[in-house]
Design a protein around this ligand. Structure first.
Ligand SMILES: [Zn+2]
Ligand SMILES: [Zn+2]
Length: 203
């Protein structure tokens, strides 16, 4: 039986908090406790939380981290470069996280931030991508170096995923990689000079 995926947009940035549940054991992980602890409690209802996972250290994704960490008493897992908060388990690229009878795989995807991680469900088409990519473009960058890192991540990490991949982003709805692959390929083939900021696939 495939993992259950629950989602709720929380806080002023409507950041998607995700809960992935193993239906056989009801063990779960909470991804990105951004805000609204009571809504996060509701997402976790009926499950046995095993960890809090963080896609990256931006405040819209971590605003309720300390509240939820104190409440759940489970390890917090994130990339070792995670800024500002203590992490119980540092996740390297390719690391796996057991959730009941299932496993998640961490994919380091720097650009939007140096500590950006995506979480794929093993033997499943779903990947929680944080702010790496959205249906309309890549995550925002604040320097041309970071933007070039984003282009490298798109080429090396994102385009290496199969077409049937379903991406679950930090903001907005999910999308199929097949539906944006052509736009991403055209985007990385164009010369963007020393651009940084909010990009769309069409530019
Ligand atoms: Zn972000
Ligand atoms: Zn965000």
């Amino acid at each position: 039986m495939e993992m259950l995926l629950r989602v709720r947009a929380v806080g002023p940035w409507r950041m998607n908090a995700y809960v992935l549940v193993c239906p056989a054991t009801m063990q779960s992980v909470l991804i990105d406790p951004g805000d609204e602890p009571r809504a996060l409690d509701a997402l976790l209802e009926g499950t046995r939380p095993a960890a809090i996972l963080l896609t990256h250290s931006h405040l819209d994704h971590t605003g309720a981290l300390e509240v939820m960490r104190a409440r759940l008493r489970v390890p917090v897992m994130a990339h070792p470069d995670f800024a500002g908060l203590a992490v119980d388990r540092a996740l390297a690229d390719g690391d796996s996280i057991a959730v009941g009878e299932h496993r998640l795989i961490a994919h380091h995807a720097p650009g939007h931030t140096p500590d950006q991680v995506c979480f794929s469900v093993e033997q499943d088409e779903r990947i929680v991508v944080g702010d790496t990519i959205f249906e309309g473009g890549p995550g925002k960058t604040w320097s041309s170096e970071d933007f070039r890192t984003t282009l490298d991540t798109l080429r090396r990490v994102i385009l290496a995923w199969p077409d049937e991949t379903r991406c679950y982003p930090g903001h907005g709805g999910p999308f199929r990689l097949a539906d944006i692959r052509g736009a991403v390929e055209s985007f990385i083939a164009r010369d963007h000079g020393r651009f940084c900021g909010d990009a769309t696939w069409g530019m």
